[in-house]
Design a protein around this ligand. Sequence first.
Ligand code: HEM
Length: 208
Amino acid sequence: MQVLLSAGTNTSAGTMEWALSLLLNNPQILKKAQNEIDKVVGHDRLIDESDVAKLPYLQCIIRETMRIHPVGPLLVPHESSEDCVVGGFQIPRGTMLLVNMWAIQNDPKIWDDATEFKPERFGGLEGVRDGFKLMPFGSGRRSCPGEGLAMRMVGLTLASILQCFEWGRVSKEMVDMTEGTGLSMPKAQPLLAKCHPRPLMVNLLSQI
Ligand code: HEM
């Protein structure tokens, strides 16, 4: 239980913090996500978990966030159980292997405009696995068992705060996107943001 809590909290919260930071620096993308939520869910009820799968643009935002800022940048150390070859290198049994997922997911040789936040790049690719270039949850037998839960949790939380509130930066300065140190790659500077209830949602929110 403790493993699930420690592996599941910072990773999910960190991903949401990176996502909201990216959205604040790209208000046109934030607006597009809100428009999608308004179209699918409307203003007469709060978004529900079952709605999240009907929000493809939001899913693209989450995937693009995890591409640029994976909270498991080196995955978890793996050990070869047998002699094997990885990328042309002979790896003896019992070797510790680290996968630099951050480098793969930000590699300009693999991704067009690799440093740019472009959720559209995943448009129409829902559920598609494009080789091993995007693996924020790892791959194979030791990949993240919380992937399904995390995608639902991050999706529902982000969608809820976007549905209910207008968000803005605290000043004209862009949100500082410097990566901090630590296994789950936190932001160097915690996110500070301004929010107020969306006028269209005030009625509903006042009934809660
Ligand atoms: C956005 C959220 C999350 C991300 C990005 C993430 C990412 C990862 C990554 C990269 C690994 C290592 C995979 C590998 O080395 O191949 C991992 C392992 C793991 N994750 Fe997650 N995770 C997230 C949320 C969760 C949640 C919600 C739970 C549980 C409730 C969870 C439980 C675990 C556990 C138990 C492992 C170790 C699996 C093993 O060693 O066999 N994670 N996660």
